[in-house]
Structure formats: C-alpha cells, structure tokens
Design a protein around this ligand. Structure first.
Ligand SMILES: Cc1ncc(COP(=O)(O)O)c(C=O)c1O
Length: 447
C-alpha cells in the first residue's frame, strides 16, 4: 500500500466501518475530472460526484485559483457585526438561482447546519409574527437531514438516532413516498400524491397553530432517491398554505442542477418558503452551506427587533468566510459558463436508460431515478446492508467510487460526464452485481 500516513489508527472516521477499513483501506490520492486515483495508483471513475458535491468535476483550477487569490487578499473577516463583499455577492448570486422571492440567504458550513438554521429561522419567524406556540416540525419517514440534533430529530431512519437516545421533542413524521405499485417507475410516479394528505392528518391531530414547518427533501436522497409522485409536493404546498405552515425544501443534494434545473423546486414547479443547500455550492471543495428564504421571512424577523439590535441570535464563526465565498462564486461561474445545469438535463435520459438497463439482474428489486440521480435496490444477503457494503468494496476494487446506503446503490455522476463515462459505470456495476446474482459477468439477459 502506498500511503504517507504513518498510522491509520487514530482517525475515527465518520459513517464508516472503522475496524474493517483499517484492515482493508480505501484511500484516495488524486482526482481530476471524472476520475480519482486510489492508494494503489489505480484509477476509479467517480459515480457519485464524491458525495453528491463535485458536480463540476474534480480538480477545477478556476476554483483553486479563486480560493488561493482570496486567501492572499483577505484570509478571514469576522462574520458577526462585520462583513466582506464576496458574501453579499454570493448571496445575490444564489438569489438569482432560487425560485420567486427566496432572495435572502444565511450562510452555514454544511447541510446539517443549514437544516438546523432553517428550523431556528422558522421558530423565530413565527415568534416575530406573534405565534410563538408554533414549535412543531413535520418531517418524513426515510428522510435524511444531517446529523446535528435538529436534523437528526427530523431524520426518518431509526438507525441514525438509536445510539443517541434523546432527540428534540415535537417532531412527527409523515409516510415516505415509496409504494410497491411504483416499482421500477422512472421519474415521478402517477400514483401516490394522496400521501401528502398525511400532513393534513398531523394538522388535525396536533392543531395547525402548533406546527412551525414541514420539511422534506424534494427527492429524498441518502435513503434511496425517492422521487415524489406527481402532484405530491404541490399538495404539501396547498396544505401548508391553508394552515400557515412554512414549507422547507432540503435541497442539500438536489440543489445546483442535480435535477436539471437550479433547484428541484423549479423542476417540480413548487416553491417552498425556505431552501437548505450545501455540497455543490462550492463544488464540494470548501465546506459551505446556505439557507435561502422568502423576503417576508427575513423582513418579519428583522422588523420585530429594536433598532440597532441583533435580530437573529444565530451564526457560525465560519458563516460566509471569504475563501468559501470565493469558491462558491467561482463554482457558480463554472455552472453558468459551461451551461452545466442544462447539460445535466440533456444527459439525464441517457443516464436513466443506462441505469434501467440493469433491470434484468435478478437481485435488483427496484430502480428509481430523476435528473442525474438514480438508485438501485439490491436484495439483501443474510444481514441487511452487508451485500450493499460488499458491493461498495468490490466496486472500489473494480475501479468505481459508488455510494451505498444499506442495500441501495446510488448513482449521481458529475454534470461534466459524457455518455462513455455513464457506460463505464454501468458496465462495472453490472459485472459486480451479476457476480452477486450468480450470473456469468458480462452476460445481458433479454427483457
Ligand atoms: C438532504 C440532506 N440534508 C442534509 C445533509 C447533511 O449535509 P452535511 O453532511 O453537509 O452536514 C445531507 C447530506 O447528505 C442531505 O443529503
């Protein structure tokens, strides 16, 4: 193994099987475009844009140069009571991409912080408009909203919570949108919009005037790319409007072109009151997140405070720091200059066709996808999640970086991908899955 680390022992790795990793490590040493190199010098195709973030591809010199220049010019400026140009400019540029009047932007350092920030803004907003009793949040089963206590409490997967016991009170979950009759449906399914009526049931149960916000990922990402049924998000919007409940879209994965439009809100034609984002905002290279909100939310909270006083008691040492803003601006420039959101939309049909071509492998139990996001459910082996993990390791050894959650394999290629890159990914996945299915690798069955 070629690694410059003297020991792999002392880093406690996040969301990782640490003990197995330290016996059989998977390290990266270089990355460029659609490819990474591992510690053995082997080349791997990136099937998941790193972790849904490197949407413009690896090694973008424009971003590196912008960050380098920024660090030499203004390395740090305190964000509390002070500012710098680039944070304001980046907020304006994000506002150009968000729908309607979601033009006010609060900076964070991650998706998790964006979610917790959005929750706090929702609470502050209702308090400012004289409804402090609105403290409940409605989330969804199979949701992932990060790992801080707010997002963790919203999460719809017990696995992420069970080690920690205490979570926030006052959070309830509506059903997820996976229906057995929608298996292998590509894009939005015709059936299932009525699942949004669960929100009305929670309103009836808890009282509309106790609920601050309903938060959903437009496409639930980490737990398996759950594409909303046709009309589902619109119905959520209507119920929220009827009862004065804020609708928050967590677009940490969907945001910045993943669905072929700047935000999934535009792809599905539904405007929320707040959007949380992170990841592809800086092409993944500098930690940064943001919450975009309607003008009315910002105005209500700031107008409720006395003149010359702080309006929102919230913020991070690294909220909108210069290097992150420089990375964000350079990233948005690349998206615009290279038309990468449009390119994602153009590549989507080819990509989805390619993923659906795997359907004949018998251990595949469902496929879902939209834009440049797709997931394959694999029949579990003895213990749930074990086959998924084996597939992840085998793909690494076959030359592909993939994302696996449980027994679900997720694809999220960068927007610079060409058809040949999609073909390469699908070929590698086919070979690995066919081996698991006991088939001769490379043989494609009809149907
Ligand atoms: C929808 C969603 N929200 C929040 C997060 C948390 O983001 P982070 O890991 O940057 O804290 C993620 C991460 O994948 C996510 O997919």
């Amino acid at each position: 193994m070629q690694t410059s680390a003297n020991s792999l022992e002392y880093q406690w790795m996040p969301f990782t099987a640490n003990r197995h990793f330290k016996v059989e490590p998977r390290l990266f040493s270089e990355a460029q475009g659609m490819y990474l190199k591992n510690h053995r010098g082997e080349t791997l195709i990136d099937g998941c844009s790193g972790l849904y973030c490197v949407s413009a591809g690896h090694g973008r010199r424009e971003i590196a140069d912008a960050v380098h220049q920024q660090l030499l010019t203004l390395d740090y400026a305190p964000p509390f009571q002070f500012g710098h140009d680039k944070a304001f400019e980046l907020a304006r540029r994000i506002g150009e991409l968000t729908p309607d009047d979601l033009n006010y932007v609060f900076f964070t350092n991650s998706g998790s912080e964006s979610v917790d920030t959005a929750m706090k803004i929702a609470l502050a907003y209702h308090r400012a408009r004289g409804q402090p009793q609105r403290t409940r949040f409605v989330s969804r089963e199979r949701a992932y909203h990060g790992v801080n206590f707010g997002g963790l409490s919203l999460a719809g997967m017990v696995r992420n919570r069970e080690q920690f016991g205490a979570v926030l009170p006052g959070i309830s979950h509506i059903r997820h949108t996976v229906l057995p009759e929608n298996k292998f449906v590509r894009g939005e399914a015709d059936k299932g919009a009525e699942l949004a009526d669960d929100l009305q049931r929670h309103v009836d149960l808890y009282g509309a005037d106790t609920i601050a916000a309903c938060i959903v990922e437009p496409i639930a990402g980490s737990f398996g790319i759950l594409v909303p049924p046709k009309g589902y998000l619109k119905r959520l919007r209507e119920i929220c409007d009827r009862h004065g409940i804020l609708l928050i879209f967590d677009e940490v994965i969907c945001g910045f072109g993943r669905t072929g439009k700047p935000f999934a809100a535009q792809s599905f034609g539904v405007t929320p009151d707040m959007i949380t984002m992170a990841k592809a905002l800086t092409n993944g290279v500098i930690p940064m997140g943001a919450v975009a909100m309607r003008e009315q939310i910002y105005q209500t909270v700031v107008d409720a405070a006395a003149p010359k006083s702080i309006e929102l008691f919230h913020g991070y040492t690294y909220s909108g720091i210069p290097a992150a803003c420089a990375a964000g601006l350079a990233t948005l420039d690349i998206y615009r200059r290279e038309g990468l959101f449009e390119r994602a939309a153009e590549l989507s049909p080819y990509f989805l066709d390619a993923v659906w071509s795997l359907r004949d492998i018998p251990i595949i139990t469902d496929i879902r996808g939209y834009g440049l996001l797709a997931a394959i459910d694999i029949a579990p082996a003895d213990k749930p999640g074990m086959r998924g993990y084996e597939v992840l390791c085998e793909l690494f050894n076959t030359g592909m970086l993939a994302r696996v959650g449980g027994d679900t394999l997720i694809f999220a290629p960068a927007f610079i991908a060409e058809r040949k890159h999609i073909d390469e990914m699908i070929d590698k996945v086919r070979r690995v899955l066919q081996r698991h299915a006991g088939q001769r690798p490379g043989v494609r069955l009809a149907g």
